[in-house]
Design a protein. Structure first.
Length: 148
C-alpha cells in the first residue's frame, strides 16, 4: 500500500515516480531483484501511465484535431505543438536508444537516482526562482497547450 501511495503522489509531479518508488522499496527493505516486487512495481506504474491518456483524452483529441493550424489558426506544421512534442521525443529517444547499455547498467543505482533527483530539484528550483516571479499586472496562467 505504501508503494501505491508513493507512485500515486509522484506520478503527477515533475519528479521521477520510478526513482521514488525504487528508493522507497530500498528504504522498506524490499529485495529489488525479487521478481514479485519487480512485477508489482510494473503493474502499479502501468496503472498510473494508462490513466493519463484517459484523464487528458479531450486535450489529446484537440491536440490531434487542430493539426496543422493549431487552435487559433496561427500555427504551421513545423510550429504546431504536436510537431514540437515529436521533436522533443526524438531528442530524448535517440540518445536513450544509443546509450541503452550504459543506462541499463546503472538504472538500478540508488546513488544515481538520488543524485539525479537532488540535481533535478535544484535546477527546477533555480529556474523557478529566476523565471517564476509574476510581475504586477502580468498573468502567467497557461490556458492552452499552445501557450507552453
Amino acid at each position: 500500500m505504501v508503494l501505491g501511495v508513493v507512485e500515486g503522489l509522484t506520478e503527477f509531479l515533475p519528479v521521477s515516480s520510478t526513482a521514488h518508488l525504487r528508493i522507497s522499496e530500498s528504504l522498506l527493505g524490499i529485495d529489488l531483484s525479487n521478481g514479485y516486487w519487480k512485477m508489482y512495481s510494473i503493474v502499479i506504474q502501468l496503472g498510473a501511465i494508462l490513466c493519463l491518456p484517459i484523464y487528458f483524452r479531450s486535450r489529446i483529441a484537440k491536440f490531434f484535431g487542430t493539426f496543422p493550424h493549431g487552435e487559433r489558426g496561427d500555427r504551421t506544421p513545423w510550429t504546431h505543438p504536436l510537431t514540437l512534442v515529436l521533436v522533443a521525443f526524438l531528442c530524448t529517444a535517440i540518445p536513450a536508444f544509443l546509450l541503452t547499455r550504459i543506462i541499463g547498467k546503472h538504472l538500478e543505482s540508488l546513488i544515481i537516482m538520488g543524485s539525479s533527483l537532488l540535481v533535478g530539484g535544484i535546477v527546477m528550483w533555480a529556474v523557478d526562482a529566476r523565471f517564476g516571479a509574476v510581475k504586477p499586472g502580468e498573468n502567467f496562467r497557461t490556458e492552452h497547450v499552445e501557450q507552453l
